[in-house]
Design a protein. Structure first.
Length: 221
């Protein structure tokens, strides 16, 4: 079921018109119409929309099958007994930054009226966390997991000194774009290691600034 169909289905289950739903969300009716006809796929106010529809934002996005409407499992449909419940207070909507913005994330002004594509996550992260879309195939592991192929979206927790073995976001040689690699520490030596063996490890010798580490990878199959 698509995002548009989930919104429409849930609105009708609650007996709401598009105008009534729009009033609850605090948007124009046209915004709801665009969502339900498939023109708006990732609205900025998805958390308010989920609250108005009394469901989980993750369910609206297709990441879980359970509608979290505040009822007990016995009150919900029996077919959802295997679903994972997510506390609505744990859901975050993160801005998806470009590689250049990610490399300079601390200076990016996230104004409320700035149009960022958003990524929904239930992973516990700080207020400074952001998301970034992966490009290139240096983190595509041909031998299995972990693998972060091009097009994936990573949720990043800013941190300048992550632990050994973490997948990190970093900039190299003062380049403006951020890159993603695995951090490996061997005694006094540190390396940024691609998951794709076709690429060589990069030794860290003052040429690297670590922005943060990856908490979640989101990808479409």
């Amino acid at each position: 079921m698509s995002f548009a169909n989930r919104v429409k289905q849930r609105r009708k289950e609650l007996g709401l018109s598009q105008a009534e739903l729009a009033e609850r969300v605090g948007v124009a009716q046209q915004s709801i119409h665009k969502i339900e006809d498939g023109r708006t796929l990732k609205p900025r106010n998805i958390l308010q929309l989920a609250n108005a529809l009394q469901c989980s934002a993750l369910w609206l996005q297709g990441f879980e099958s359970q509608i979290d409407n505040g009822q007990s499992p016995e009150q919900n449909n029996a077919s959802s007994t295997n679903a994972v419940m997510v506390n609505a207070s744990d859901i975050r909507s993160l801005p998806i930054l470009s590689q250049v913005q990610a490399g300079n994330w601390s200076n990016v002004i996230l104004e409320t009226d700035q149009e960022f594509e958003r990524q929904i996550t239930s992973v516990k992260v700080s207020e400074e966390a952001f998301a970034m879309r992966v490009t290139g195939n240096s983190m595509t592991n041909p031998f299995g997991s972990p693998s972060i192929p091009a097009g994936s979206i990573v949720v990043v927790e800013p941190c300048s000194c992550p632990d050994n073995g973490k997948i990190v976001v970093a900039t190299l040689n003062d380049a403006p774009e951020a890159t993603i690699k695995k951090l490996e520490i061997d005694g006094p030596q540190k390396f940024l290691v691609p998951l794709n063996p076709k690429y060589d490890p990069i030794q860290i010798n003052g040429n690297c600034r670590i922005v943060g580490y990856v908490r979640q990878v989101v990808m479409e199959l």
